[in-house]
Design a protein around this ligand. Structure first.
Ligand SMILES: *Cc1c(COP(=O)(O)O)cnc(C)c1O
Length: 358
């Protein structure tokens, strides 16, 4: 996933010397189970809103900070609009939060394994980052994270790429003892059947980071948000800057939140059913899939890169993670309509046989 920074301009920012472009090797493939988006499609009313979008609106700027979207998100989450900040994807929120709370060289500590963008965003904001290996049973090592003394702590629940949920007690411990800000990435929270919103009462230094890219099926429109104490989100909003959510995205997101929630919930249920069915099929292949609270399954598979390539030759894309801490070689498989996942299981069985014979 690294792009060597060769022949950089002498005037380029030195701190970016080893900042790679994000490259998860997502080449087109017939059945793409690599990015955990909603493979059932765009919610129906959102789709209609895209079709009916008034072209005249494109000539004008969107709202400064997405005020109407904030109201819709607040209603959806059961909080007040002043507790919401929106962004160009939750990546933008993460980036803005690091800028909002980190001074140069401050430390960001994240659990490991987790979302690969965290150290990259840290570097882009001239922060240092440290990865703290998770506990053997895949919960976050709260004591070790706190021992870093980092100004920003990052955990992801359910975690990408393992699918593991951070235990409630662990989150409480982090909240009660964090010296700075706790970022909880909840990109997959809709699939977990839990809510951490009430934890916001415990501290005004917790940011729950969410997205409409996964359960809501709107990844291409880039809509992320975070929920936290008004004084906390105000700082993120400041560092984010105006006009970050475009006019089409804002309108479609509002429509989805106001009239597609039932569709979204039905498809969350479908995703959970397929996830459980996939888990059973993986067990039948003598594999040991990790319990998942998200819309993907992480399964340890030896020689995962070679297996992933062999699956691609059969038209199925999954994401290999070689040598992950506490997990080893594994594949992360997004769930979608069963026929796609069924094809994936068949491709995996064939690929393991092929690679095993080498
Ligand atoms: C997909 C993902 C994101 C990025 O979401 P966007 O809102 O599309 O930027 C953030 N965090 C995690 C853990 C993810 O898996």
């Amino acid at each position: 996933m690294t792009t060597p920074a060769t022949d950089r301009l002498a005037i380029a920012r030195a701190a970016y010397n080893d900042v790679p472009l994000y490259d998860p090797k997502r080449t087109p493939v017939k059945i793409d189970l690599t990015d955990n988006t909603n493979l059932w499609g765009v919610p129906p009313n959102a789709e209609r809103a895209i079709r009916d979008f008034a072209h005249s609106t494109i000539t004008r700027y969107p709202t400064l900070y997405g005020s109407e979207l904030k109201r819709a998100l607040a209603e959806h989450a059961g909080v007040t609009p002043d507790m919401i900040v929106t962004g160009c994807g939750s990546d933008d929120i993460l980036d803005s939060a690091m800028r909002a709370f980190g001074n140069e060289n401050d430390l960001v500590a994240a659990t490991d394994p987790t979302f690969a963008m965290v150290p990259i965003f840290a570097k882009m904001n001239t922060l240092r980052s440290i990865l703290v290996t998770e506990l053997p049973q895949h919960d976050v090592d709260a004591d070790a994270l706190l021992a870093t003394g980092a100004k920003l702590l990052y955990v992801c629940s359910p975690n990408n790429p393992t699918g593991a949920l951070v235990a409630r007690r662990t989150l409480e411990k982090l909240i009660d003892n964090a010296p700075g800000v706790l970022l909880v990435d909840e990109a997959y929270v809709e699939f977990a059947g839990v809510s951490n919103i009430d934890l916001l009462k415990r501290s005004n230094r917790v940011l729950l980071i969410r997205t409409m890219s996964k359960a809501f099926g709107l990844a291409g429109l880039r809509i992320g948000y975070a929920i936290g104490a008004p004084e906390l989100v105000a700082e993120v909003e400041k560092s984010r800057g105006p006009y970050k959510v475009n006019a089409l995205a804002e309108q479609v997101a509002i429509t989805a939140l106001r009239s597609d929630v039932q569709w979204v919930e039905e498809h969350i249920q479908l995703a959970i059913e397929v996830r459980d069915r996939l888990t059973i099929e993986l067990l039948k292949l003598d594999l040991d899939p990790m319990p998942s609270s998200a819309n993907f399954v992480c399964v340890p598979v030896k020689h995962c890169v070679a297996v992933g390539l062999a699956m691609r030759e059969k038209g199925v894309g999954v994401r290999p993670f070689p040598n992950l801490p506490r997990v080893g070689d594994c594949l992360r498989i997004s769930v979608g309509p069963w026929p796609m996942v069924d094809q994936c299981v068949k491709a995996l069985a064939g690929a393991m046989k092929k690679v095993g014979k080498k």
